[in-house]
Structures are given as structure tokens and as C-alpha cells.
Design a protein around this ligand. Structure first.
Ligand SMILES: Cc1ncc(COP(=O)(O)O)c(C=O)c1O
Length: 430
């Protein structure tokens, strides 16, 4: 297709009628499809069903003989920490296995930092004047929601295809009010970006005016590949150590999208000082984590090879859904100059940049045709996309045939909204 900006008025009008007719045909089908949230589909959850029966038959003892049904062991079973050590890039003694949600661990770390400070703090973050966080954008809405809830200012920074714009990050970190930064370093939510080794090294080494600056390193998609390539990123804890900032990174991950979302294991990994700090706080909050679930995970997944095999089975279910989306976008929009989209090698999302000022219109058009999309703006701090141009597509939950139908419809909505905007532009210029 030719770029719509280059079409004559007559060609634009003809294209509009044909796209409207196809859009109306979608509306008439009465679709009811949901591409809003990045959750595993039921067939993915089924992959871990055998885990539910574990540990089974009275064998509740951990490798070191603890009764996992009882209180205690705040840090988590040694075998669970050992299993995930290579995934987290930390030795087992620098890992804490929490309960079922890494987001909850991130939330708690922010609350503890606000109320108590972190190692290296001169005072609790809440006693600073308006603490702020660097927020690579588009980003994860729930990260932003935590900051908004606690009145932490958000400073958006653009993504570059190899992580956040580091020149901008380094400038912002020179302000002592800037206490931290969100990072989803592999298969970022929603852009799918993979931080380059250079980005990771710069994040570890950059000067920060706040002595207690923290990278909230949310490696939520560490093993969630969509191709045969198992992309690796540089080890942030090692890089921070090398750069003489050993306490800079809080690393988080979970098995929410490996085993069960809501009934998995969450992890915190960091320097010895940060782990002591975290456990001192966590020990007031709980007498111990759910170690039965830890044992269940260890017995089901067994070792890194078992974990990778399990993730390959996820990939087999997920990859065709992502291909269905990018194929439909390419077929309907390729060459039209109306959108750019990510083709992620992992993670749970496809990010689409549409013509400035049309993202909300696309969401409304899709809704009217029975396809629910994440609200436009959700990927920006405070839910406000200043360009109204970013859409986050989440193709994991619907069945493949539904993803295909929804993607066709979304592509038409993007095209229709762009044609409407182009038509209005021509009218105002006339
Ligand atoms: C980047 C990111 N972090 C964290 C989470 C939630 O993780 P958990 O289920 O461990 O709380 C998600 C879920 O979509 C996510 O996309």
C-alpha cells in the first residue's frame, strides 16, 4: 500500500469507503474478543497441572529436613533458591523466595524505602522533598500505579530499541531527588526491548546524586522467549559490583507466567546488604513464606533444563499468536505510513505506535466492533500519553483463531483512524 499521506483526495476518499465497509462487516459479526491483559491462557496453565498434586503422599520435608508445612525460613528453601539462581544471576544466599507475586515484593520495597530508607539512605525516602523515579516509557501500568499511589513523581524517558535513552537517564540521575528507576530489561512490557550490554553497564556505572538510588530490575520475562533464540542480558548485579555500586540493583522475577499466575513463586535478589535489609523488614510482616509451594515447584521443575523445557512448551502455544498479530498488521498496514509495531522475541505484548492523536480513537473503534483493547495512555505515567499514539496489544489469552480475527479488526481500526485524521488534516489545510 502507498503511504496515505501521498494519496490524492479522491484516492483517500475511495480508501476510506472500502475500509469503512470492511470495518462495518466486522461490527456486524458481533465479536466479543479481549486483547487487554497479559495473562497466560488456560492451555498454558494446564502445562503445570501435574504440580498441583505435589509434594504428595506425606513427603513434605525439604532437602535439609524442614517440615515445609510449618512456619519459618523467611528466605525460602535452599533448593528453590538454587534452582532459580542461574535465572536471577545471583548466588542462592543472595536470593529471597517470597510468596506469589513479584509485584507485591516491588510494592513492599517501595513502602519500606519510603518509611525506613534503604542501605545508604540518609533518611527515609518519604522525608526527602518529592522523591522521583525514572520511568522508561511506554512501560508497565502497574509500576506507574504504585508510584502514583505513593506520590512519587514519574519522569518518563524514551526507549531506543536497546533499552532506555541513557543520555536522558544519566541527566535525570544527577538530581538528588531521583531515587530510583523501573527497568524491565528483557522483553520489556510493552515494547519487547532487550537492554544491550552497554545499557546495562551504563546503568550500573552512572553517577547518581542520590547515594541510595535503586534500579528496580523487574526481570518478569527472563525465560519467556518467543523464538528459538534464548536471549541473554548482562548480569546487573555483577555489573553493579564491578562499578563499585554493589547495592544499586533490586532484582525481581516470578513464576507467574511459568507455572500459575497468582499461585507461583516470587523472587528478590540483590547484594548481601540489601538482602539483610529486605529480610529485616519482611520478618516483621510474615513468619514465613509458603514453602509447600516452593517444594512443589522444585519437584515439578527439577532443574534449569526442566524449567527451559517447560518454557519451550509455553513458547509453542504463544508464538503463533504473536505471528498472527504481526502478520495482520503487515498485511493491512505495511507501507501505509500509519503505524510501527514491535516484533518481540519474547514477553507478553506487542507495542504499536499509531499516527499521533489517534490511539484513543482506535480503542473506541475496536470497542464498537467488539474487540477490547488496553485503554490508550495506560503505558504512560498517570495514564496520559502526550502523543496519544501508543497501543499495547496482549495476544496471549484468546484462542489463536480469535487472535487472528481481533488482529484483522485492530489493523482496520488503525487504518480507519489514520484515514480520518488525514482527511481532517487535508480539510483544515484547504
Ligand atoms: C513487567 C511485569 N512485572 C511484573 C508483573 C507481575 O508479576 P507477578 O505476577 O509476579 O506479581 C507483570 C505482569 O504482567 C509484568 O508485566
Amino acid at each position: 500500500m502507498s503511504p496515505i499521506a501521498e494519496l490524492s483526495l479522491a484516492e483517500l476518499a475511495a480508501l476510506r469507503s472500502s475500509v469503512e465497509a470492511r470495518y462495518d462487516a466486522f461490527r456486524a459479526q458481533g465479536l466479543k474478543l479481549d486483547m487487554t491483559r497479559g495473562k497466560p491462557a488456560s492451555d498454558q496453565l494446564d502445562l503445570a497441572n501435574a504440580m498441583i498434586a505435589l509434594p504428595g503422599n506425606g513427603d513434605y520435608l525439604s532437602a535439609s529436613g524442614e517440615d515445609t508445612r510449618n512456619y519459618g525460613n523467611l528466605q525460602g528453601l535452599a533448593e528453590a533458591r538454587a534452582l532459580f539462581a542461574p535465572v536471577l544471576g545471583a548466588p542462592p544466599e543472595q536470593i529471597v523466595v517470597g510468596d506469589n507475586s513479584s509485584l507485591a515484593l516491588m510494592h513492599d520495597c517501595i513502602v519500606y524505602a519510603l518509611l525506613k530508607g534503604v542501605p545508604g539512605s540518609q533518611r527515609p525516602w518519604s522525608k526527602e522533598q518529592t522523591p522521583a523515579f525514572i520511568c522508561p516509557t511506554p512501560g508497565y501500568d502497574r509500576h506507574f500505579a504504585i508510584l502514583e499511589d505513593f506520590g512519587i513523581r514519574m519522569l518518563p524517558v524514551a526507549m531506543t530499541d536497546h533499552g532506555p535513552d541513557m543520555d536522558a537517564v544519566e541527566k535525570l540521575a544527577a538530581d538528588p531527588a531521583v531515587k530510583g528507576m523501573w527497568c524491565v530489561p528483557k522483553y520489556s512490557n510493552p515494547t519487547g526491548e532487550i537492554y544491550s550490554d552497554e545499557t546495562v553497564a551504563r546503568l550500573a556505572a552512572m553517577p547518581t546524586a542520590a547515594p541510595d538510588f535503586r534500579l528496580f530490575w523487574d526481570n518478569a520475562y527472563c525465560l519467556h522467549h518467543l523464538t528459538e533464540r534464548r536471549n541473554e542480558i548482562a548480569n546487573i548485579l555483577e555489573e553493579c559490583g564491578r562499578a563499585c555500586h554493589p547495592d544499586r540493583a533490586f532484582v525481581f522475577a516470578s513464576t507467574s507466567k511459568m507455572t500459575f499466575a497468582g499461585a507461583g513463586l516470587a523472587f528478590f535478589a540483590s547484594s548481601p546488604a540489601n538482602v539483610r535489609w529486605y529480610l529485616a523488614r519482611a520478618g516483621k510482616r510474615t513468619i514465613g513464606p509458603d514453602k509447600l509451594n516452593q517444594l512443589r515447584h522444585v519437584r515439578f521443575l527439577r532443574d534449569l533444563a526442566g524449567l527451559e523445557r517447560h518454557m519451550d512448551a509455553h513458547r509453542a502455544l504463544l508464538a503463533p499468536k504473536f505471528v498472527a498479530v504481526t502478520d495482520a498488521l503487515q498485511r493491512h498496514l505495511g507501507g501505509s505510513g500509519t503505524a510501527r509495531w514491535s516484533a518481540p522475541e519474547g514477553g507478553y505484548f506487542i507495542s504499536v505506535e499509531v499516527i499521533e492523536g489517534t490511539a484513543k480513537r482506535v480503542v473506541d473503534l475496536a470497542k464498537a466492533a467488539g474487540v477490547a483493547l488496553t485503554p490508550a495512555g495506560a503505558t504512560w505515567p498517570y495514564g496520559e500519553d502526550p502523543h496519544d499514539s501508543n497501543l499495547r496489544l496482549a495476544p496471549t489469552v484468546p484462542a489463536l483463531a480469535d487472535v487472528r480475527a481481533a488482529s484483522e479488526c485492530i489493523a482496520l481500526c488503525i487504518l480507519l483512524a489514520a484515514i480520518e485524521a488525514q482527511t481532517a488534516l487535508r480539510a483544515s489545510a484547504a
